[in-house]
Design a binder for this molecule. Sequence first.
Ligand code: ASP
Length: 348
Amino acid sequence: MSPVENRRRVIVFGLGGTIAMSTTSTGGVAPTLSADQLVAAVPGLSEANIAVDVVNFRQVPGASLTISDITELAEAIRGQLADADGAVVTQGTDTIEETAYLLDLLHDQAQPVLVTGAMRNPTLAGADGPANLLAAIQTAAHPAFRNHGCLVVFNDEIHAARRVRKTHTTSTATFQSPTGGPLGYLAEGQPRLLNHLSTRTVVPAKPGDDIRVPILTVGLGDDGTLLRALTGHIDGVVIAGVGGGHVPSRLVAPIETLAATVPVVLASRTGSGSVLQSTYGFPGSERDLLARGMISAGYLDPLKARILLHTLLSANCEAATISQAFGSAGGYANPETWPWPTPSAKDA
Ligand code: ASP
């Protein structure tokens, strides 16, 4: 086979974001560049010997993407991956930690989906978009990353969608996995996988925008006004408690009232580590709240917990299935207890 016939093939889906921005006539930058233009601007791509096709899927800032955009994207990826080795998604970094996790929950094929973007737009010195895009394409084409679901590639690091967080407003090293660390790295154009996830967690769902799951971050002296105002308006809620998953004692009663009607997930506002299970015994402690029917997010941070709860609700899951899914995805139960089959077992 000639080198051209032998080439691996990657499809790039462009969604906008800083990586695709240029200066507007009214000031500032906004998404204008197509996926073709982004790919054409990557130095070194032709030497990588990877065939790249593009799909101009959306052209919006990350903040304007919706849940249904990502569900549609997952379907578009499914439809195009049959004869490709992997997919790359370029988008605004502001919401990558959520979109990547949602894609991970919806993507059941063996080929990897790599999400990337840029912190410095193409008008700036040292724009990081081309390097991130090249790294994502190289990773998507690499066989070692099959059966790993959705990953985020940024700054030559490869992160699990379920762990990665945007941690800085401007740094090109903004994407970090504070719990668990990166799964791999790129060096000299070679992606290397150093750690494996215990299991994939795919939900048979098509989430839309008709489900409301807010995140309520508890603050010092919170008097419960916002919590009480939620009753009757939501399908579920994530409480980002202080420390290991704690709330002021006066929030216990309104939380219990809410938990009688909708799933209430307990996460931590600290940004890393797990919700505790068995340490503190005061009113509003993790032991108290879990005993009253709240579901622990475990190691999932509040943004990931919200995406998982939204997806489970869109699949009409009952309370027991929701708890089971959080136990597995949150890392405090056996990962094998995930309620649905793992695609990796099927495709390996
Ligand atoms: N700062 C963002 C980005 O990095 C803007 C956005 O999310 O569209 O792309």
